[in-house]
Design a protein around this ligand. Structure first.
Ligand code: PMV
Length: 352
């Protein structure tokens, strides 16, 4: 597929409609950090889609009114978000030619705490893209479910790169990789469930809310700083190469190798931030304390508790339901929760 394949249909018939959609968040195992023009990722990434952390969105489209966007987050009007969506809609007009021919009232709610620092842009743009595809199908006719989902992923990517992975459940790849058939820089694809060992299909992600609130450097700025980072090319290459062991690990169920690779990816992401100019650090004291406690715990018990990080201070605690989870959960409650700001933890599982 090329960008041209996603261009909108010339014939459409608009009417006032209200549509609702829901989309989960995701957490990357091999990270996307660095991009080119038009949200083309500098390297492929793979993520788990979550189950409970979701954004629910309702869009009211008032046909033939002057184009404008009004947004509400949990009932409160959000002017800054509306400006962002207005820009986004103008940017995707070539793919949805009717998009500027009306007024929008967008109501959105997250199932996770707003201030938690859990990325809401992935689930948020995922839900908006799904709503827009629903409107598009009403106005221009329906495509097959597969094409429609792919276009939703394509549109979500143009809102927030990682959002394009949230359209699919299970493990999801975005960015061209020789290791994943059909993978693309333009949209995400589902990683075949048949290629995943059962131990990776029943997995927990407990997010420790180390620092609630707005982070000091946004993802947009962070991606941009990769343009001048002297280690960027090596990093992009490494992420590409990491798909080779990742594919083998997912197939064989090699938990030890999985843990090593996933933690390495998380630390590399943050190392890139520290090697940017200007440098920045998103981890907090609690992040490091938790990481060290996890390593001690693993050394002592050999139980499969490990971590990943996104672009923030929170720690995603990953562990399988393989019989060891009760001991791990007790350890988290007794030893790790104390490093959060307000005993904050969001308990999620991977969606399979
Ligand atoms: O989609 P963005 O621009 O918010 O970037 C997200 C980047 C990471 O969360 C740090 C990694 C990833 O692959 O999701």
């Amino acid at each position: 597929m090329t960008t041209r394949d996603f261009l909108g249909k010339e014939n459409y018939n608009i009417s006032s409609e209200t549509v609702s959609e829901s989309c989960p968040s995701n957490i990357a195992l091999i990270k996307y950090w660095g991009k080119y023009k038009d949200q083309i990722p500098a390297n492929p990434s793979i993520s788990y889609t979550l189950n409970h952390c979701k954004t629910n969105t309702t869009i009211e489209f008032l046909a033939n009114e002057v184009f404008s966007v009004q947004t509400f987050l949990s009932g409160n009007e959000e002017v800054k978000f509306a400006e962002k969506i207005e820009k986004y809609f103008k940017n995707i007009e070539q793919y949805l030619p009717w998009i500027l021919k009306g007024k929008y009232i967008i109501k959105t709610e997250n199932t996770f705490p707003h201030s938690s620092g859990i990325a809401s842009s992935a689930s948020g743009f995922g839900a908006i893209a799904k709503c827009m595809m629903k409107l598009d199908e009403t106005f221009s006719g329906k495509d097959s479910d597969e094409v429609s989902l792919q276009k939703a992923s394509f549109l979500a990517r143009l809102g927030s790169g990682s959002a394009c992975r949230s359209l699919y459940s299970g493990l999801v790849v975005w960015g061209e990789s020789d290791e994943v058939e059909g993978s693309s820089d333009l949209f995400a694809v589902k990683y075949s469930d048949d290629e995943i060992h059962s131990v990776f299909k029943d997995f927990n992600d407990w997010v420790l809310l180390i620092h609630e609130g707005v982070k000091s450097v946004s993802s947009t700025v962070g991606h941009g700083l990769m343009n001048t980072n002297p280690y960027a090319e090596r990093r992009f290459q490494e992420a590409r190469e990491n798909f080779v062991p990742m594919k083998e690990i997912l197939k064989s169920g090699d938990m030890k190798a999985f843990i090593k690779l996933v933690e390495h990816e998380a630390l590399t992401l943050h190392a890139m931030m520290m090697m940017s100019d200007p440098a920045f650090i998103l981890m907090k004291k609690g992040t490091l304390e938790v990481i060290n406690k996890i390593w001690d715990f693993r050394r002592e018990t050999e139980l499969p508790l490990f971590f990943t990080l996104d672009a923030g201070a929170n720690v995603h605690l990953l562990f399988p339901n393989d019989g060891s989870e009760e001991k791990i959960k007790t350890f988290i409650e007794n030893e790790l929760l104390q490093h959060t700001q307000k005993n904050g933890v969001v308990k999620d599982v991977m969606s399979f």
